[in-house]
Design a protein around this ligand. Structure first.
Ligand SMILES: C[S@@+](CC[C@H](N)C(=O)[O-])C[C@H]1O[C@@H](n2cnc3c(N)ncnc32)[C@H](O)[C@@H]1O
Length: 196
């Protein structure tokens, strides 16, 4: 039987990628074109670093990607990549530094909580991380910027979608084909930040 988990897991290994996650971002990008050459991108929940590698290629040497994660990266930093190890909840200085120096075009959040196995609890924790990521996006995004957040399916998804609608022109829901069949995660793609 066709097994999506094995297919993307093996493909990542064969291609020397840090994880299968990179295919998910590539699939989001090829559908929604949310990142452009020259963009400044904030990547929340960046470790082990596969999304950063994908973003680094897309934005090129005129752009920049800044990653934040509790855990260290497993990829080599290129000149257009910067990484801060820490909890997003405690990185106010990083965010305020970025706020003063950069206009951010895109905020990505692939953050995931440590799962307990209890679906409704995990969904709530994922929702809390999404709210935190949205807070960062509201502080840093330039007008017209884009935001992507991973959220676990649960009753909070509609609340989060409603919250996003207040701040962005268009919201899409997407499950990239590289997602594990058993996974509860979905991505909300928020396009066109309406800066107040
Ligand atoms: C699925 S992984 C991200 C994979 C990554 N996008 C990649 O392509 O390599 C989720 C990450 O979210 C991070 N994370 C969870 N809570 C966080 C927090 N409060 N602050 C920063 N990172 C967090 C975890 O440490 C974990 O590395």
């Amino acid at each position: 039987m066709y097994n999506r988990k094995d297919y993307y897991y093996k493909k990542a290994k064969d291609e020397g990628r840090a994880s299968r996650a990179s295919f998910k971002l590539e699939q989001i990008q090829s559908r929604y074109h949310i990142i452009k050459r020259g963009d400044v991108v904030l990547d929340l929940g960046a470790a082990p670093g596969s999304w950063m590698e994908v973003v680094s290629e897309i934005v090129g040497d005129k752009g920049f990607v800044v990653g934040v994660d509790l855990l260290p990266l497993k990829v080599k930093l290129k000149t257009n990549m910067q990484f801060f190890q820490g909890d997003l909840n405690q990185t106010e200085e990083i965010l305020s530094h970025l706020h003063q120096t950069e206009e951010v075009d895109v905020v990505l959040s692939d953050m995931a909580p440590n799962t307990s196995g209890v679906a409704f609890k995990d969904a709530y924790l994922s929702y809390e991380l999404c709210l935190k990521a949205l807070e960062a996006a509201e502080t840093l995004l330039k007008s017209g910027g884009n935001f992507i957040a991973k959220i676990f399916q649960g009753k909070e998804v509609d609340d989060f979608r409603r919250e996003l609608r207040r701040h962005f022109s268009k919201i899409e829901t997407y499950i990239p084909p590289a997602t594990r069949v058993t996974s509860k995660e979905i991505y909300l793609i928020a396009i066109g930040y309406k800066k107040s």
